[in-house]
Design a binder for this molecule. Structure first.
Ligand SMILES: [Zn+2]
Ligand SMILES: [Zn+2]
Length: 346
């Protein structure tokens, strides 16, 4: 079978691989039907994810059909259509019991697939802890609608929850790329007065406003984004700021946009260390929350898709087949041709 594999020299190549088999009774083998490329795949390619293992198959955002299950898998059976969670987790360790599945202490726990073990840019993939890491797709939900449940929608859902958004708040989201747009969609679930999107890409801002994902858009390269947020909030700043861009100056923009006592949620994956200039923010009494998603709410997200409260269909700007994934990597990495997300048919 064909698989997109990460090589030691930083290249990603399409090569032939053996179909995986069940290794543990809690495993399932999934026949991938639709997969995609995430910006984390690009971070791996840039060498910015030190724990990523060479010669593993890429991909951690995909949907498919259960092909085979281990003896201890009880919630799924062959033929089930499923969305696959970016994180595999045991459900039993200290962190899992508290919902912090990103830090599952099992050797295959946390973000393993497409990072430390084989992922889903491939025809078949082994998913450890299948009972925890799969979500049934209802018949009324298409593969495209379910494609982002396990990763960028989970990230947006987690980011919105940790930012403590209240009804009528002003929420600023930095980054109108795939994760930023999902973050805005999930922030909307909390009933904010307005969502302000900040990005330097005018096309992405246009999409955010046109689709009603954000109410206001600002390009910090062209306008004073901090001032604009203050203008909307009687000089205070945003009640919650979510930073999903990971640029050179976006961390600073995030805490500058925040009003005193706000939560600043950092979901971006930076490639370089960031400065936390405490003297400059003294007295703002900010709360910073950071990290990688705890993707443990996939069934809630699936329900919201099923009833029409979450709809990511406008994010899929490009469609192709697995054999063309190298070209897709090139277009996605270089943000060419107005790409937001690929749907890659397997
Ligand atoms: Zn990802
Ligand atoms: Zn665990």
């Amino acid at each position: 079978m064909k698989a997109a594999v990460y090589k030691a020299d930083g290249r990603i190549v399409l090569e032939e691989r053996q179909v995986p088999v069940i290794q543990d009774p809690r495993d399932a083998v999934i026949k991938v039907t639709l997969t995609t490329i995430c910006s984390s795949d690009i971070h791996i390619k840039h060498g910015a994810v030190p724990r990523a293992v060479h010669d593993t198959v890429r991909g951690h955002e995909f949907v498919g059909i259960v092909e085979q299950t281990g003896d201890k898998v009880s919630r799924f059976r062959p033929g089930d259509r499923v969305a696959v969670n970016v994180e595999t987790f045991c459900g039993e360790c200290f962190y899992c019991r508290r919902g912090y599945v990103n830090n599952c202490t099992d050797k295959d726990g946390g973000w393993a697939m497409g990072c430390r073990i084989d992922g889903g840019q491939v025809e078949y993939v082994r998913v450890p802890f299948a009972d925890n890491g799969l979500t049934l797709i209802p018949d009324t939900v298409t593969d495209e609608q379910a494609l982002f449940v396990g990763d960028i929608l989970s990230t947006g859902f987690w980011a919105a929850a940790m930012s403590e958004i209240k009804p009528a708040d002003t929420v600023a989201v930095i980054g109108a790329g795939p994760t930023g747009l999902c973050t805005m969609m999930c922030a909307r679930l909390y009933g904010p007065a307005r969502i302000i999107a900040a990005d330097t890409d005018e096309k992405r801002l246009e999409l955010a406003v046109k689709e009603g994902i954000s109410d206001v858009a600002v390009n910090p390269a062209m306008a004073d984004a901090e001032k604009l947020v203050k203008d909307y909030t009687e000089g205070r700043g945003a009640d919650a700021v979510l930073e999903a861009a990971g640029g050179n100056d976006t961390f600073e923009l995030a805490w500058r946009m925040a009003r005193p006592n706000a939560v600043v949620g950092i979901v971006a994956m930076y490639e370089e260390p960031q400065k936390l200039p405490l003297p400059d923010m003294y007295g703002k009494n900010l709360t910073f929350k950071t990290g990688g998603v705890d993707a443990s709410c996939c069934s809630e997200i699936m329900k919201l898709i099923e009833c029409g409260r979450l709809d990511t269909s406008c994010l899929i700007t490009h469609r192709t087949k697995l054999e063309n994934i190298m070209e897709a990597y090139d277009i996605f990495e270089n943000k060419m041709d107005g790409v937001i997300k690929y749907a890659i048919q397997v």
